[in-house]
Each structure stands twice: as structure tokens, then as C-alpha cells.
Design a protein around this ligand. Structure first.
Ligand code: IPD
Ligand code: CA
Ligand code: CA
Ligand code: CA
Length: 283
């Protein structure tokens, strides 16, 4: 019987090959005029044929290789597939993270593939095919960018941090209760006043891998889905970073919120500023 390690070597190898093929598909589409952009739940929630085709390529390829594995993917969920997270090996796929960037030809986009086994995240692949930046990690084996080890920054003070966040502007303001909107606006003002700089790249996973490689010091967001964060969370943890709930509790990728930081000290300061904006979404 194959050992867990060699089974996972195989999973990683197959997933990586498929992500690279998907990358070619995204790059080709990025260079061509778009045939069609559709909106889903709202005017800010876009999908293109490429999002759908990439998800098909990845899920077909992985299920051909591993017929008993399960899948959670953004565009299959949008098409009505029920999200079921079981103990089975489960691939969590965001075919394009940063679809708005993709549509606007802003080259901050990535393909995200994470794998959970017995509900524990085991590996993550985040690939920007436009800049050819490939981030990979497997639990216990470190995080890499194009094959080189990456590490988070050592920043402990908020005043020396460059952080990423929109504090859920589009995700929540339209869906959440009005007290939350107000609470996040206050938190945003407080955070903005306390940091060296604030950025948002329009892709949760790119924000997270930027923390993993030390170019950003923290990232906090509300309203995300598991496919936005699963792969990048493995990379960030393996780069030595902290991934928690914004309230300071344990990270749960199904909870639709995340706080990432380079150090525990920074995570604690940020979470202290955000607990009043606690958010428990329904879906
Ligand atoms: C979105 C991006 C964005 C985040 C949104 C996500 P998508 O993913 O990650 O940065 O703020 O919450 O939905 O739709 O481009 O895959
Ligand atoms: Ca989307
Ligand atoms: Ca996404
Ligand atoms: Ca997406």
C-alpha cells in the first residue's frame, strides 16, 4: 500500500501540472478581447468563460486521476453544486481569483488549488500566469515561490506595517446588516490611521501570498469564501505567518473571514481593533 507521503507527492504533481495548463489558458485569454462577461449575484460579482473553463479543466483532470476525491469550486458552487466538506480528500478551487482584475486587464490574478484531507489543509498552489509567479506549499515542508523558500516579514508593530484590506467593502456592505457596515467603517478609519500604508490587490490569494513573501505585513478581510483562502492559507502558514479569525480565534476557512499577519504581535494588535466589527454571516 502506498504511504501517505507518496500519495500526496502524486496529488501535488498532478495538481501542479494541471495548474500550469490552466495558466496557459488564462494567459491566452488575457491577451484576447473578451467574448462575454456575465454578472452573478451583483454588479461586482463577475464571471467569464475562462473562469468556468479553468474550473472544468482542473476538476476533470483531478477527478480522472483521483476518482474518489471531492471538489469545492467557486463556479460549480455558483452553478448550484452543493458545498460538502467531508473527511475525503477535497480539492478547493478558485479558477481565477481576481476576476475583476482579469476583466479589466490588471495582471493581479491567480489560479488557486488547495487540498484538504480529513478536513485539514495539506497543500496549496497559487499561480499568477501573467507574471509567472508560482507559490506552493505542503504542510510541514515550507513555502516556495518559483522553487525558492519564502518567509514572512518580522514586523511586529502596526505603525511599521503595510497591510492589505478592503475590510469587506463590496462583500458585506451589500449583504450584511447596517451596524456591521458602520462598525467596519470605523475599524477601517482606525486601522488606516495606524499603519504605514494600506493596499488592496483585488485578489485575496495574492494579498495572502504577498504576506507570505514578506512584501505585505498583514491582510484582513470579511466576506471571503473557502476557495479564496484555502490554498494561500497553507502557503502563508508554511512561510511562518499567522492565519487566524479576525476576532483572534482559530481560523476556519468556512467562516468567510480571515486575518493574516507576519507575526503574532501584529495579529493581536489588528484583531484588537476589529473585534467590535465581529461578523457571523449566514451563508
Ligand atoms: C474575489 C477576490 C477579492 C475579494 C472578493 C473575492 P474572485 O474573488 O479575492 O479580492 O475581495 O471577496 O470574491 O471573485 O475574483 O474570485
Ligand atoms: Ca468570483
Ligand atoms: Ca476568489
Ligand atoms: Ca474566482
Amino acid at each position: 500500500m502506498a504511504t501517505m507521503a507518496s500519495e500526496e507527492d502524486k496529488y501535488f504533481e498532478v495538481a501542479l501540472g494541471l495548474v500550469k495548463s490552466a495558466g496557459r489558458m488564462v494567459r491566452d485569454a488575457f491577451d484576447r478581447p473578451f467574448s462575454e462577461v456575465q454578472t452573478k449575484a451583483s454588479n461586482t460579482d463577475l464571471v467569464t468563460e475562462t473562469d468556468q473553463n479553468v474550473e472544468i479543466l482542473l476538476t476533470r483532470g483531478l477527478s480522472d486521476a483521483f476518482p474518489d476525491h471531492q471538489f469545492i469550486g467557486e463556479e460549480s458552487a455558483a452553478a448550484g453544486k452543493k458545498i460538502e466538506f467531508t473527511d475525503a480528500p477535497t480539492w478547493i478551487i478558485d479558477p481565477i481569483d481576481g476576476t475583476t482584475n482579469f476583466v479589466h486587464r490588471i495582471p493581479m490574478i491567480c489560479i488557486c488549488v488547495g487540498l484538504a484531507v480529513k478536513k485539514e489543509l495539506r497543500m496549496g498552489i497559487v499561480y499568477n500566469p501573467i507574471t509567472n509567479e508560482l507559490y506552493t506549499a505542503r504542510t510541514g515542508q515550507g513555502a516556495f515561490k518559483n522553487g525558492f523558500r519564502i518567509y514572512v516579514s518580522k514586523t511586529e508593530e502596526l505603525s511599521k506595517s503595510v497591510i492589505a484590506s478592503t475590510l469587506g467593502i463590496h462583500n458585506i456592505v451589500s449583504q450584511g446588516p447596517s451596524w456591521l457596515d458602520k462598525s467596519l467603517s470605523n475599524a477601517r478609519r482606525q486601522v488606516e490611521a495606524g499603519v504605514r500604508g494600506i493596499r488592496s490587490f483585488g485578489s485575496a490569494a495574492i494579498n495572502m501570498v504577498c504576506v507570505a513573501q514578506g512584501s505585505l505585513d498583514a491582510y484582513v478581510e470579511y466576506g471571503l469564501h473557502c476557495w479564496d483562502v484555502a490554498a494561500a492559507a497553507v502557503i502563508l502558514k508554511e512561510a511562518g505567518g499567522v492565519v487566524i479569525d479576525p476576532t483572534g480565534g482559530e481560523f476556519n476557512m468556512m467562516s468567510r473571514k480571515v486575518l493574516c499577519a507576519s507575526t503574532k504581535e501584529l495579529a493581536t494588535q489588528l484583531s484588537g481593533m476589529l473585534t467590535h466589527a465581529n461578523y457571523e454571516p449566514e451563508g
